[in-house]
Write a protein that binds this ligand. Structure first.
Ligand code: ATP
Ligand code: MG
Length: 247
């Protein structure tokens, strides 16, 4: 079994009386795709917020490669190697595709070079070229984000999150609102990313979950209801009742 890269222990947060995430523990292993599923309002995005530093847990802890980072703000989590894309598109719409990627790749440059002109940033430049090719955006490099299709925007968002070579890539419903064709392409892309990064995914499309995931975690009403291989989780009677709506 590959090494734990990310570990959540007993993560909990309440909003008013609602226990949005309630004692959730799990491990994401290196170069595996771990997928979180569950009905609307189950606490999936909130769990992501607790891990990525957008929210501070009331209880519990977060470890990256065995080092505790509980409650660290997002920029520190990014420095620790945890990058995320958002459920709601989070790009600079008026800027060209290539600039969005350059800004994100800039952290790869040595500290002292960070204020030099962008043209002097060789490492970032190489990374941007790599990502443009890999994400099928090379011919759209100079387009503004606003000119891209929805599917292309969502793909760019994944590329932006990946630009700084994170250890863990967190994707919150990356195929949401995509056409069938775009969904298939994006799924293949995510599958291929697992070679270089540990993926933590939130996904509603159960077909995708089954074909993409190495490990599935099921959330229900803030709690972890079950976890295991895609097949084991799907066959679990408690999961069938809570998530698939039948028993
Ligand atoms: N900032 C907040 N303030 C108050 N309540 C919140 C906040 N964020 C989330 N919640 C509540 O926490 C619960 C979990 O929400 P969350 O967005 O994590 O669910 P989700 O599993 O991501 O759902 P979806 O599949 O619809 O994206 C919901 O009851 C939601 O209303
Ligand atoms: Mg959500």
């Amino acid at each position: 079994m590959s090494a734990p890269v990310l570990e959540a222990r007993n993560l909990s947060i309440s909003f008013g009386g609602v226990r949005a995430v309630d004692g959730v523990s799990f491990i994401a292993r290196r170069n595996r795709i771990t997928t979180i599923i569950g009905p609307n309002g189950a606490g999936k995005s909130t769990l992501f917020n607790l891990i990525s530093g957008a929210l501070r847990p009331h209880l519990g802890s977060v470890f990256v490669e065995g080092i505790e980072h509980t409650g660290a703000p997002p920029y520190r989590m990014l420095a620790a190697g945890v990058a995320r894309s958002f459920q709601i598109t989070n790009l600079f719409f008026e800027l060209p595709v290539v600039e969005n990627l350059r800004l994100a790749a800039q952290v790869l440059e040595l500290q002292g070079k960070a204020l030099m002109p962008i043209a002097a940033s060789g490492i970032a430049h190489t990374r941007v070229a790599e990502l443009l090719a890999r994400f099928g955006l090379a011919d759209k490099a100079e387009f503004s984000v606003a000119q891209l299709s929805h599917g292309e925007q969502r793909r760019l968002e994944v590329a932006v999150a990946l630009a700084c070579r994170p250890k863990v890539l967190m994707l919150d419903e990356p195929t949401q609102g995509m056409s069938h064709g775009d969904t298939g392409e994006t799924a293949a892309l995510i599958k291929s990313l697992a070679d270089e990064v540990t993926v933590l995914l939130i996904e509603h499309d159960i077909g995708l979950v089954m074909s993409l995931s190495d490990h599935v975690i099921v959330m229900h009403q803030g709690r972890k209801l079950a976890e295991g291989t895609p097949a084991a989780v799907r066959a679990n009677p408690a999961v069938q009742t809570a998530y698939f709506g039948h028993s």
